[in-house]
Ligand binder design. Structure first.
Ligand code: NAI
Ligand code: MG
Length: 504
């Protein structure tokens, strides 16, 4: 394995295509046109691999938000999208996915520059995932059906009852910075298939791929106003979107704190809300496993995307009889996940998104040490000129009261604990306000199913982690979210059910 201390973390040169994207004039995408903001405020675009400012985007004003919502409202109300034959909606969505595929390399690079994740990971995970969400949901556009229902207390034949599935309306979609393009496409795809119109806001840290996606949206042939993309800060532009009277539904992915705030704000007008929020997902390693397989799995569960993953396996529970071997096996994977500059072709992990997240993650590590945790590996940051790198970290000697065990760190930090039996570990796994994901490693089928039913989480993985497929519902129990995305439930979240009753 390579020596983590000798890695050169200088960012590599950007391609001509990336430079062109960075040189764009800051603008908003409204009604299929690039328009100037009503004021001059901008947000800096930083490359977290170097800490350098590489571009600027608009910091949308309230008036900008209003303009985008008005465009989406008009496009919804005149039926220019929902009124098209489903086949046309489906084919337009496929055109968007094909355009994305044609520009896959450019999107992977932009994501790497903007977010810090390795270009190789963005090309293998984010971009194909984004395409899959669009293609899967494109098929749903032509398979949305109500049903004919026989009334219960009315004589047969006297009345005719049926349901129609109708698009919910104008959707405000707010996404985070950890998988910017993937999250944007996960959000717009079901809304488009259902016939809704959209105002999409990427996170203020990562707007580049959403803006480039807007170019492709225009090129794919969506009618004007169906998808509007605005860049801006959460507490201003995001808040305006959430409170806007012309918005019918909010779809949000981000922190539990902001998710709760959005839910409260949406209550005033009873907007439809789906929320994908934080997690503190357990990874349970039973004594029967092949450690050579489970330990790399547990390492990938926390260190992929530098731990900036809502389902990151951030609490490791290894059976007492194999605890030391598992920790050793996880530690052996650290050089593989050592953070590198995002355009370094050898990288599997990159820096954290920002100085703010760097300080937050290092703060948690310090708090853990103060509380009595020991660092089994990592716990520090490599010395660099710029950029927000944190080394893969394992904390041991922790207890359930520590903040590092209770709170979402959102960095490459796992806390490891021992257990003796499955009831004990299920209880420990559930001792959290979150319930997003859980990983179970065992060869015993009965143990697998027992634990899968005991752990309160939206998704349970067996002998793998964070495998996400667009056909399978995804969402959280408890404070990890509200509603489900993906699969059939994902499209249902963008539909209203209308009942029609006719006297014959
Ligand atoms: P955040 O929840 O503040 O930001 C996510 C999105 O929400 C961004 O687009 C932001 O502009 C928007 N937003 C922020 N405040 C808003 C408001 N008042 N109204 C409407 N939209 C608003 O997350 P942040 O501050 O970037 O990260 C803080 C922590 O959140 C992380 O350390 C991590 O624990 C968690 N997080 C979880 C994510 C997940 O995938 N579940 C993704 C990002 C962050
Ligand atoms: Mg925030």
């Amino acid at each position: 394995m390579n020596d983590m201390t000798t890695i050169d973390r200088t960012q590599r040169p950007y391609s001509a295509a990336a430079q062109a994207a960075l040189a764009r004039k800051p603008a908003l995408f409204i009604n299929n046109e690039w328009v100037a903001s009503s004021h001059g405020a901008l947000i800096e675009v930083e490359d977290p691999s170097s800490g350098k400012i590489v571009s600027h985007v608009v910091d949308a004003s309230d008036r900008d938000v209003d303009r985008a919502v008005a465009a989406a409202r008009a496009a919804f109300d005149d039926g220019r999208w929902s009124g098209l034959p489903p086949m046309v909606r489906e084919r337009t969505m496929h055109r968007l996915a094909d355009l994305l595929e044609a520009h896959a390399d450019e999107f992977a690079e932009l994501e790497a520059i903007d977010n810090g994740k390795p270009k190789g990971m963005a090309g293998a995970v984010d971009v194909p995932g984004a395409m899959a969400h669009i293609r899967f949901m494109a098929g749903w556009a032509s398979k949305i059906n109500g049903e004919v229902i026989q009334p219960y207390s009315i004589p047969d034949g006297a009345f005719f009852g049926y349901t129609r599935k109708e698009p919910v309306g104008v959707c405000a979609q707010i996404v985070p910075w950890n998988f910017p393009l993937l999250m944007a496409c996960l959000k717009i795809a079901p809304a488009l298939a259902a016939g809704c119109t959209i105002v999409l806001k990427p996170a203020e840290q990562t707007s580049l791929t959403a803006l480039r996606l807007a170019d492709l949206i225009a090129e794919a042939g969506f009618p004007a106003g169906v998808v509007n993309v605005i860049t801006g800060n959460g507490h201003t532009a995001g808040d305006r979107m959430v409170k806007h009277p012309d918005v019918d539904k909010i779809a949000f992915t981000g922190s539990t704190e902001i998710g709760k705030l959005i839910n409260r704000n949406a209550t005033a007008s009873l907007k439809r809300v789906t929320l994908e929020l934080g997690g503190k997902s357990p990874v349970v390693v039973m004594p029967d496993v092949d450690v050579a397989q489970a330990a790399p799995g547990a390492a990938g569960a926390i260190w992929f995307n530098s731990g900036q993953v809502c389902v990151a396996g951030s609490r490791l529970y290894a059976h007492r009889s194999i605890f030391d071997q598992v920790i050793e096996g996880v530690a052996e994977q650290a050089p593989f996940w050592a953070p590198r500059a995002s355009l370094d072709p050898e990288g599997h992990a990159g820096p954290l998104i920002s100085k703010e997240q760097f300080d937050r993650v290092m703060g948690y590590i310090e708090a853990g040490k103060r509380d009595g945790a020991s660092v089994a590996i990592g716990g520090d940051a490599p010395a660099v000129d710029g950029g927000y790198y944190v080394n893969p970290t394992v904390l041991v000697d922790v207890n359930p009261q520590m903040s590092v065990v209770r709170e979402e760190i959102f960095g490459p930090v796992v806390v490891a604990q021992r257990f003796d039996d499955i009831d004990e570990v299920a209880k420990a796994a559930n001792d959290t306000c979150y319930g997003l994901g859980a990983g179970i490693w065992t060869k015993d089928v009965a143990t697998m199913h027992k634990l899968a039913s005991k752990i309160k989480a939206g998704t349970v993985w067996g002998n793998c982690h964070a495998v996400i497929d667009t056909a399978l519902p995804f969402g959280g129990y408890k404070e990890s979210g509200l509603g489900r995305e993906q699969g059939r439930q994902g499209i249902e979240a963008y539909l209203e059910t209308k009942t029609v009753i006719l006297q014959l």
